[in-house]
Design a binder for this molecule. Sequence first.
Ligand SMILES: [Zn+2]
Ligand SMILES: [Zn+2]
Length: 771
Amino acid sequence: MKFIFSHTRRLLKLLGFSIISLILLFFLLNWIFPLPDQIEYSTIITDNKGDVIHAFLTRDQQWRMKTELNEISPLLRKTIIAKEDKYFYYHPGVNPFSLGKAFLRNIFYGRRLSGASTITMQVARAMEPKRRTYWNKLVEIFRSIQLERKFSKDEILQLYLNLVPYGGNIEGVKSASLLYFKKGPDHLSLAEITALAIIPNRPSSLVIGKNNDKIVEERNKWLKKFSHEKLFTEKEIQDALSESLTASRGTVPNFVPHLAYKLKKQGGDIIKTNIELNTQMKIEKLVADHSKELRLKNIHNAAVMVIDNTTHKIIAYIGSSDFRDTIDAGQVNGAAAIRQPGSTLKPLLYGLCIDKGLLTPKRVITDVEVNYQGYAPENYDKKFNGYVTMEYALEHSLNIPAVKSLHALGKDNLIQKLSTCNFKQIRKDQIKLGLSMILGGCGTTLEEMTGLYSVFANEGNYIQPAYLQFEHPGIPKRIISPAATFMINEILSKINRPDFPLNWGSTVHMPRIAWKTGTSYGRRDAWSIGYNRHYTVGVWVGNFSATGVPELSGANVATPLLFKIFNTIDYDADEEWFRQPEDCGLRIVCSETGLPPGDYCNNRVTDYFIPMVSSAKKCDNMQEIMVSADEKISYCKTCMPENGYKKKIYKIISPEMQRYFEENGIAYQKIPVHNPACEKVFKEGAPLVISPSNGNEYLINKNKPEPLQLRCNTGNDVAKVYWYINNKFYKAADANSRQFFIPDEGPIKISCTDDKGRNRDIWIKVRYVNL
Ligand SMILES: [Zn+2]
Ligand SMILES: [Zn+2]
């Protein structure tokens, strides 16, 4: 008795010792051989509904898509567990009973080890495929225990469903259901699930599309077994048994290729976009048809992006008209490419100028020749328009008023706002950029431009447009005031304007939109970006090869596509337009300056303005001047005679406008010459030398020296000027005339004195070179 007792105790001790040793051994091995659970999945791109719209092969050329937990339907789970591993939720990774049974069977029948694999063990095998030996079976058991320790049962089932082979290069139930049944795993029927479930047993002889009869036969055997086990209702089984199998292997969807490649770089197994596939496909068709027409004009590429203005989501994205087109570099993503923006930054500029109080829609700007340190911008048609309002300048996309406005605003103010709107290249080039940036002398992308224009649809706030679902919408950033935004929207939504596309029919059925076109230097890029309350649509048309084409202009090749897109996605939408915000007022202004009328202003119009912001300076365009009875001489307060004079109203015309009138043969009322006997020395109003440009260096061709031009702007009352080169008298000339001289090498002082004795000096440097 005592012997037996001590024997049992010793046995128990031994058993306890063995168990502790085994546990310690497990932890040691677990530490040395961690679970190789870094699985590479196919990157999949989904649309706003969660459907796969694009997918990429893994590096080992497999379709191995990750099934999400919510895609594992109760039906799928139940069927797989019933077929593969009934006790899945109860065993610790290995099922000792069936393992023991299989072991004995193997010994008695001398067969190779088979069966008895739990779902967990199958996961272990799929992670590290190995030959079937006793040793490898032990490794598999070890791995299974590791898996159970690390993951929940549902996660293990998910891993199983992700890794199970379905023949060819198809792995996982998601890839299989997509390729064979063109739907997600959560939409599979009992018959489909059962058919898929038997394939992993014999993937090479049970191929969907080739051996469907055999698969149905095998499927029905399992369905009957399920019926026997009362897993499903008799109706469910009968429906499944009678379901035919017509599936065959299809292809993986490959929509939105440019966006798919762009987002893949950011990583992730499942990239959930906001793309509305239906809208995307409609626009793709429009872009393809439009590109076909343009090909005849030697224009080969186009890109489009659409933002939903209420959700700030990017719902359509087209990088080129045809991704598969290898001749015209269809793989290039035109929406992300850096291109010159032409005139498309002008609306933002004018909006900023309104907020600075510099401009309102009716403010008058002079569109005449200017020169900023040697930079002399020209208009598109090489003509000058004299007096223009800001709204006219924007509608007609005039260049000189834009450059002048940017000069007045300061380019850093514009750059800072563009940086806030995520303009990357502009932020990078900040220091290099000059006034020409407002005419397109900078680098932008369609993505950036479309995001910028959504500001106008959002009361002047920038909210970064979202590619991805659940992306944090970002804090709205104030770019321009609601009032300035409203004024720009009113101007850009006018139909009657020069950049309305030729040959475009009626606008009756078109939704109301605001839009702006742009054409880059050398006619390489055509832009048209439009918006209303619902959408912001950006269109770029051009050649990836950067070839310029004479027919290329924003109005004629980009705007028609923009209109077609709005007609398609926003047809018959409600006509609700942007409302005038509270910070935007109306006032009467003088139509000749756009300022509140002065005492002598006769022509008045109404204009929008921002109280306390817009300039409240009274118009002094018309002034009372004292002149002699014969109106030949004008007087100032110091030189007016005691009698024999009269008062007359004159329009004050700036020197640059006088020049413009003279050069264009336009008659204007001149203020009589100032009293020659006037003693007052004019401190102000010395001539402004506009050529050559003060401080510049001029290179002169040694072999063929070209003369430099002498030009100046003078006061209203100046008739003659006197030019001096290095303090030596050179020439007397009419105030508005152009004179020429060939300079010597070195630093040169140029002086210009007017007939009132007012003088201006400038300095330039001249270098003779072989050009
Ligand atoms: Zn006035
Ligand atoms: Zn005087």
